[in-house]
Design a binder for this molecule. Structure first.
Ligand code: AMP
Length: 568
């Protein structure tokens, strides 16, 4: 497999080379779209893969999700499309292992190809075949399909591959793991012999070599460089990652920043657009964040840097390109809002903290599908990245209660409470002392500010590896596995929600008061208008239901039961 022509994406000295998308030879329509999407420069895999694919070569690439491999094959495929209207049958077929990926990849290809009027169709099992037939009949340029459904259509002759120019096998190792080997052979055999074939795979086991031997012609081989940090060079950095779905990233980042309380941090994003959006969101949440990207002129950049240096801004939200060459010496945290597309970019980014013997913190927000990139980074840096759980509303409530408790303890020890004695004594004629104290604590607590977001961020599990690959994710997934070992959770339905003024802390309070559970054992909380859902450990669920039924939440008896459809 390792021929002399194997190219390494990423220079060996770990410093990024500056190659633009225009240097890769892409047509102007595509360059324009990339600019609109806020992409500032090609990722290593794009730098290496685009030119040979454009030149018509077959390609065998080792790249995981998150490296930018979709654009690496989509851009050259789109470059081939003739003028809209001149095309009827598919030019390209992209095969992917799952329906999720079929949808994702076809959305990406559609996005990159919008100025060319590219017609992209995802086809996968489980979707009504009628809709697929209509779309195929109208004409499609790029079909993104799972192997089973693709073969169905080929056999029915509803997918005609006579004009096909390119076949892409995306995540080929996953397709093999899922048992699609025969389908892949059959599909490839029904495509024109003149076609170009591109194969991407996160790993390159012998079975991939077999497919490559049978179906690729003299392929260019590309591998993401396994640059290692020089020994002793590793910065003093605590490295954590949080697994979170894209939609929940802004909220998750807010929570993590609340807990970490950085003095100054740089938050790296992939694109210019993401930088602008996230800066807006963070400012809306009360942080002082500044954007820095390649679209800004020198004067604007200088202004931003001055605000960061003099402490007017605490967060700098930047792309790699913009942050290159910046020298900021008082950073406490580096945050990767996305996993960087290559390990050397990660090493570069976190090199900005933990300098001069000070301890720095590197935090990475990763989508579950990017876990492999995290593993890769761990291997390259030879340092552990601990996967942590995004703080839940219950965690924040518990932490705020801790802070209130600490404040109260301090107030008691300060011993200047005499002037309040009369208030307590008069109230104690009427109420129990504990009740008086609880009311006072409540006021103190609420004066400290209550959480402004009450929706929990769903805990994500790693996509379970196929049996053949079991164990591959153990590093990044260790934390998740430990959580699972704590036992299954069950969701409870409570018949009151936002309209009844229910807040997460009411539910945490009621459950912690009425059952043996502590706040930390309570999982995700979801408050809807008319009801709420709370996750509790399965083995305590009946006890919690009984206890809550026998008591009140927000002063009222509420319907409490296991969520319907929850068979646990
Ligand atoms: P992929 O590995 O293809 O799943 O891509 C991972 C993510 O990176 C996607 O969200 C892309 O939109 C984004 N992306 C791909 N190429 C670039 C680039 N050159 N610059 C910035 N973002 C990119």
């Amino acid at each position: 497999m390792s021929g002399d022509d194997t190219k390494s994406a990423g220079p060996l000295d770990g410093r990024p080379t500056e190659v633009s998308f225009a240097d890769l030879g892409l047509r102007s329509e595509l360059l324009e779209v990339l600019g609109d999407l806020g992409y500032e420069e090609p990722t290593p895999i794009q730098r290496e893969a685009v030119p040979p694919i454009l030149a018509g070569r077959d390609l065998l690439g080792q790249a995981a999700t998150g490296t930018g491999k979709t654009a690496a094959f989509a851009l050259p495929v789109l470059q081939r499309l003739g003028p809209a209207g001149s095309r009827s049958r598919p030019t390209a077929l992209v095969l992917v292992p799952t329906r999720e990926l079929a949808v994702q990849v076809s959305e990406a290809v559609h996005r990159y190809g919008r100025s060319l009027g590219a017609r992209v169709l995802p086809i996968y099992g489980g979707q009504p075949i009628g809709r697929q037939l209509q779309a195929l009949h109208r004409g499609v340029d790029v079909v993104v399909a799972t192997p089973g459904r693709a073969l169905d259509h080929i056999r029915r002759e509803t997918l005609v591959l006579d004009d096909l120019e390119v076949v892409v096998l995306d995540e080929a190792d996953e397709m093999l793991d899922m048992g699609f080997a025969e389908e892949l052979d059959a599909i490839l055999e029904s495509t024109p012999a003149s076609r170009q074939t591109v194969l991407f795979s996160a790993t390159l086991p012998a079975r991939i070599a077999g497919i490559a031997r049978r179906h690729l012609r003299d392929p260019v081989r590309i591998q993401i460089a396994r640059t290692s940090a020089a020994p002793g060079e590793g910065p003093l950095v605590r490295q954590s990652a949080y697994l979170v779905q894209r939609a929940h990233k802004p909220a998750a980042l807010g929570r993590v920043l609340d807990l970490e309380a950085p003095t100054a941090a740089i938050v790296f994003c992939r694109t210019r657009n993401e930088v602008d959006q996230l800066t807006g969101t963070l400012n809306g949440r009360g942080y002082r964040a500044e954007a820095l990207h390649g679209g800004m002129n020198q004067e604007q950049r200088d202004r931003v840097m001055a605000r960061l240096r003099n402490g007017t801004a605490e967060l700098l939200v930047a792309t790699d390109v913009a942050a290159r060459g910046l020298d900021i010496d008082h950073l406490s945290h580096v945050v990767n809002y996305d996993v960087p597309s290559a390990a050397d970019a990660y090493v570069h980014r976190i090199g900005r903290v933990g300098r001069a013997g000070r301890q720095g913190v590197a935090i990475t927000l990763a989508e579950p599908r990017e876990h492999r990139l995290l593993k890769n980074i761990e291997q390259v840096t030879k340092q552990r990245i601990t996967v942590e759980k995004v703080p839940t509303v219950a965690d924040l409530v518990a932490r705020r209660l801790d802070l209130t408790r600490a404040d109260l303890r301090e107030a008691i020890l300060e011993d200047d409470l005499e002037r309040f004695r009369v208030v307590v004594e008069t109230l104690s004629d009427e109420f129990d002392l504990v009740q008086v104290a609880m009311a006072a604590v409540k006021l103190a607590h609420e004066a400290g500010g209550v959480p402004d977001d009450d929706q929990d961020i769903p805990d994500v599990e790693l996509r379970s590896p196929p049996p053949a690959a079991a164990g591959r994710t153990s590093g990044a997934g260790g934390k998740q596995a430990r959580r699972a070992a704590q036992g299954p959770m069950t969701r409870l339905f409570i018949g009151a929600g936002r309209k009844a003024g229910i807040r997460p802390q009411d539910l945490v309070g009621a459950i912690a008061n009425e059952s043996r559970l502590s706040g930390r054992q309570i999982g995700a909380i979801e408050i809807q208008d008319r009801f709420s859902l709370v996750e509790v450990p399965e083995d305590a669920a009946d006890e919690v239901v009984a206890a809550l039924r026998a008591s009140t939440v927000k002063g009222k008896r509420q319907t409490v039961r296991r969520e319907r459809g929850d068979t646990g």
